[in-house]
Design a protein around this ligand. Structure first.
Ligand SMILES: [Zn+2]
Length: 144
């Protein structure tokens, strides 16, 4: 809140504000907020400083920040590299496993085929043995 320099009336809100940066040897940088006011009483327009923000000497210099960003970037790059390598390894493993599965599937299929033909052969054998012994299918059912 400021007072009109002419009539002393209190002016609460400024029409416009802007900041001025001043260099100070002791504190680093001073930021001065200026305001343009209009007195509601006498319509005098005046400008005055509202407040001074004293910023402590910037603890992080641009150079430090650049270094920090570089570190973060480096870390990210490393992470990405690790992830890419992991993905590559996993993809290779996946491909190997798929091949293995395919192989096992083929093996199982050929096993099934072999067993099927063996079973068929045995069936034929049983059938011919029954015929040889004079058994019919019906008689076998009755025996059970
Ligand atoms: Zn005034």
């Amino acid at each position: 809140m400021v007072k009109c320099p002419k009539c002393g009336a209190e002016v609460i809100t400024p029409i416009k504000t802007w900041s001025i940066r001043k260099k100070s040897v002791k504190t680093g940088k001073n930021e001065l907020i200026m305001g343009l006011f209009e007195c509601p009483n006498c319509k005098t327009k005046f400008r005055t400083a509202i407040k001074t923000e004293i910023k402590p000497k910037e603890t992080i210099s641009i150079k430090d920040m650049v270094e920090k960003i570089k570190d973060i970037k480096g870390g990210l790059m490393q992470t990405l590299k690790n992830l890419r390598e992991k993905i590559k390894t996993l993809e290779t493993e996946r491909a190997n496993l798929m091949m293995e599965i395919e192989k096992l599937k083929k093996m199982a299929e050929s096993r099934v085929n072999a067993l099927e033909s063996e079973v068929n052969m045995l069936r034929e054998e049983v059938k011919s043995l029954r015929e040889l012994l004079g058994y019919t299918e019906e008689e076998t059912e009755k025996e059970k």
